[in-house]
Design a protein around this ligand. Structure first.
Ligand code: GYE
Length: 356
């Protein structure tokens, strides 16, 4: 009884929340999944009174179209949303894992529109192909916020704001780090053979990191990019790609992995091939994200460096939503500051402070 009562109270609270949401036409208001049980008139009145009596706050419904669960970074990102968008904080979160498929994300966005959520948040798998579904969200009056990866759309009024990492800068930081590292080892003028295990092709994190590293590569005529292939941001695919690189090239000096999980896979492949890596090894291995396991790998002497990308976007998106709720303007593009870490640092102590 109590549960049904509460659900009815929430239904009322949500309906109020939806009509109160300024960015939304009033006609599109009710029809949510929570409205499903057909309560009797008496119960509804009871519920309304309960909502008024307890001063229940209206929950803001947020649909989050997540990429998948391909990496430690992604797990931390999901956790950040789930711990931020809680009922205690005034939200109802509808979470969808697209298993790294754009078609699944488009389906999720359409279902959020059907459920008439208050906000849609998307971490787009790839950058292109979103215009139609964003038009549909706009038509329904539902604001869209992008987080993590970016979308390329001709009309940027199709989304309210974007918050994420500066991927080009991350790639450049990686290239500059490599230049300094080789220089310090007295290898600044040596011929350096590089391979890259890229992220999901067409994803902002892949596009930006590849571009950023290429900018630095262009400044070093003695660096040679032997090959680039996607490892889909997963450890398993990273390992597979590295195995094939090691079969094709016997003189790899550096492997750039576009996330840490691919680097873990690459390290396994290097060891299985009877080679060594890390600061004292044959092959320099670097990753992106700076997840806890990357610190462990550096401490173990396997990974050389990791370029940070912060996944804790839940509170950042919540701040954007709170501003929009108050009718305030939000900054359209919001980059998060990021650092890098390598084996010259006091990694054990830094690791103690890491949140992901
Ligand atoms: O680097 C990777 C994840 O888009 C920044 O996606 C994100 C990337 C991150 O799978 O680990």
């Amino acid at each position: 009884m109590k549960k049904r009562f509460l659900s009815a109270a929430l239904t009322v609270a949500m309906a109020v929340s939806m009509t109160a949401c300024s960015s939304k036409p009033a006609e599109t208001a009710p029809a949510t999944e929570a409205a499903a049980p057909a309560e009797t008139a008496g119960e509804e009145t009871e519920a309304k009174e309960a909502a008024a009596d307890t001063g229940d706050k209206e929950l803001i419904t947020v649909g989050y179209a997540q990429v998948g669960a391909e990496s430690d970074w992604r797990t931390a990102n999901t956790e950040s949303f789930k711990s931020t968008f809680t009922e205690e904080n005034g939200y109802k979160l509808i979470f969808d894992d697209a298993q790294q498929k754009q078609e699944n994300q488009i389906k999720a966005i359409r279902s959020f529109i059907q459920q008439d959520v208050d906000y849609i948040v998307v971490a787009p798998v790839v950058e292109t192909g979103w215009e139609t579904v964003l038009e549909e969200a706009k038509e329904a009056g539902i604001p869209v916020i992008l987080s993590d990866r970016m979308m390329q759309v001709s009309d940027d009024s199709l989304f309210e704001a974007w918050v994420g990492g500066n991927f080009v800068k991350e790639g450049e930081t990686c290239g500059n780090w490599l230049a300094d590292y080789l220089e310090a080892q007295g290898r600044g003028d040596e011929e350096i053979n590089i391979v890259t295990i890229q992220g999901t092709i067409g994803a902002s994190a892949q596009v930006g990191r590849t571009e950023g590293f290429a900018n630095v590569l262009a400044e070093h005529s003695n660096w040679k990019m032997l090959d680039m292939q996607t490892g889909e941001f997963t450890q398993a695919k990273g390992q597979e790609v590295m195995e094939s690189f090691l079969k094709s090239y016997d003189d790899i000096d550096v492997v750039i992995c576009e996330n840490d999980n691919e680097a873990f896979g690459a390290i396994d492949a290097i060891k299985a091939a009877g080679k060594t890596c890390g600061p004292d090894g044959d092959i320099i291995v670097v990753g992106f994200d700076s997840v806890k396991a990357a610190f462990e790998s550096m401490i173990a002497g396997d990974l050389n460096a990791t370029f940070e990308c912060n996944p804790l976007h839940g509170p950042r998106v919540a701040e954007i939503i709170q501003k929009l709720e108050k009718g305030e303007t939000v900054e359209k593009i919001q980059y998060v500051d990021e650092a890098y870490f390598d084996t010259s640092m006091d990694l054990e102590n830094i690791l103690k402070e890491r949140a992901y």
